[in-house]
Design a binder for this molecule. Structure first.
Ligand code: NAD
Length: 477
């Protein structure tokens, strides 16, 4: 497979791709090899000011475009993403590391988001309230205004599109700042947005020093909504910046997902699904199953079966056809995971597989830790990598208490064939999403989001679209 990684990367401001001209740059690295792929130009303060001016104009125009016309353009964007999916997937794997099959799925999920929101926006009806004869009261939904959207490197194209498709469908303009680690795939998606017919002032794309870009954009009165996906500390920081201008926010922050394996589940299915899902995208998934609480009489079988599968995961360059797990996405991750695994084993956790870095690129082996003591840092801190933690439990109450004990509340999972137990555990789990006998919980038509420090607001579904509207109540006498 040939991968022609672009060497002319740029930012897209006011309808033009820009690069060079003395801008600082960031080295884009292939995480499988450590090689430099390209230099990425970073937006200057002047670029950001121009983007802000353009987004104000873009909003004034786009909000007045008929929703059916907007939807037609977004469907064209979806078609172009599907047409170019293979090329974009190769770029995504080259710069992010995930296996090509996962990259293809991610790119196609972007097309699904554009299609979904294009149709859903047509159903943003508002309400008519009952009033005495001759009087009316209406609740109208109107686009909130220009959006600043910050998305991370684990699902670079999917997470950018979740924000962009919903914002554009609702009639907002958007300045997207996807991650600097993976610019070729996000820029290729942006080209689909442009070629599909979204005007240049309406959707823009910048890369930069994240803290400078977010401070600059969020401080501007032009920006009316901030959407962020990433870590809890950065989310809290952006919330504070947004509070100064009383701006709407959607925050998709970290998780540390518990999985409760009850002894009445289909154990073979639970083992197979758990081991496959844990190592998807090398565990760099905010809803990745991580803390496995297994009922004591099936604990040994579950742990042994899971560890056996972990040992068989084929790790390699994501472009190789037989690779099941690629490298981690950037140089920060292997050392962060190494520190957590070393701390756990030093405190008494049993290492059943993995536990080591690769000798080039950013690889870390699929790792299973059993009998992990509660004092281990990794029981409290999201590893965000290919690490599974196992602990036994006796009772339903104990499992739920353990599952809910952290400040995170994004996703949780439970495996049981007992319908009453399933209902009880769904009610008891303190998270925004629950997977029952399944890990498939991210779909365009369903709300995706967390509670507690995992954030607030949702992306996906009508709820995700609603977050790009404000309501206006009109009372007519
Ligand atoms: P980080 O906390 O520095 O950054 C997380 C993301 O936020 C990155 O995409 C980064 O570019 C962006 N970011 C950082 N500072 C920013 C700022 N001031 N303004 C705007 N954007 C900013 O950490 P990292 O090393 O990139 O990732 C490590 C941790 O981040 C992981 O352990 C995980 O907890 C979390 N994370 C979560 C998700 C998610 O899907 N929720 C995705 C990626 C990373």
């Amino acid at each position: 497979m040939t991968s022609t990684y672009p060497t002319n990367l740029g930012i897209y401001v006011g309808g033009n791709w820009r690069s060079g001209e003395g801008r600082d740059s960031h080295k884009v690295i292939n995480p499988a090899t450590g090689d430099v792929l390209a230099e990425l130009p970073l937006a200057t303060a002047a670029d950001l000011d121009e983007a802000l001016e353009a987004t104000a104009k873009g909003f004034a125009y786009w909000r007045s475009v008929d929703v059916n016309e907007r939807a037609g353009i977004l469907h064209k964007v979806a078609d172009l993403i599907r047409e170019r999916a293979e090329t974009i997937a190769v770029l995504l794997t080259t710069e992010q590391g995930k296996p090509l099959a996962e990259a293809r799925t991610e790119v196609l999920s972007c097309a699904a988001q554009f299609d979904y929101f294009a149709e859903e926006a047509k159903r943003s009806y508002g309400r008519v309230l009952v009033r005495p004869t001759g009087q009316r009261a209406l609740v109208l939904k109107q686009p909130v205004g220009p959006v600043a959207a910050f998305s991370p490197w684990n699902f670079p194209v999917n997470l950018m599109c979740k924000k962009m498709a919903a914002a554009l469908a609702a009639g907002c303009s958007i300045i997207a700042k996807p991650p600097e680690e993976t610019p070729a795939s996000t820029s290729a998606i942006m080209q689909c947005v442009i070629d599909g017919g979204v005007p240049g002032n309406v959707a823009q794309l910048v890369y930069g020093v994240p803290d400078l870009v977010s401070r600059h954009l969020i401080a501007s009165p032009i920006i009316r909504k901030v959407s962020f996906t990433g870590s809890v500390p950065v989310g809290k920081h952006l919330l504070k910046l947004a509070a100064d201008g009383v701006k709407r926010t959607t925050m998709e922050l970290g998780g540390h997902a518990p999985v409760i394996i009850f002894d009445d589940c289909d154990l073979d299915k639970a083992i197979a699904l758990s081991a496959t899902t844990k190592f998807r995208n090398a565990g760099q998934v905010c809803i990745s199953p991580t803390r496995f609480y297994v009922q004591e009489n099936v604990y040994d079988r579950f742990v042994a079966g899971f560890a056996e599968r972990a040992k068989q995961v084929r790790v390699g360059n994501g472009l190789d056809a037989d690779t099941v797990m690629g490298p981690l996405a950037n140089d920060r991750r292997p050392s962060a995971i190494e520190a957590l695994v070393d701390d756990a084993t030093a405190k008494g956790a049993k290492l059943l597989s993995g536990g080591a870095r690769g000798n080039k690129g950013y690889f870390y082996q699929p790792t299973v830790l059993a009998d992990v003591p509660m004092s281990a840092d990794v029981m409290d801190n999201e590893p965000f990598g290919p690490v599974a933690l196992m602990r036994p439990f006796k009772t339903f109450g104990e499992a739920v208490e353990q599952a809910n004990r952290l400040p995170f509340g994004l996703a949780a999972y439970a495996f049981t064939e007992n319908a009453r137990q399933a209902n009880l555990v769904v009610d008891a789990l303190d998270t925004g999403m629950v997977g029952l006998n399944s890990f498939a919980i991210s779909m365009p038509d369903a709300p995706f989001g967390g509670v507690k420090e995992s954030g607030f607001g949702s992306e996906g579904g009508p709820e995700g679209l609603d977050s790009y509207y404000v309501t206006k109540a009109v009372h007519q006498y």
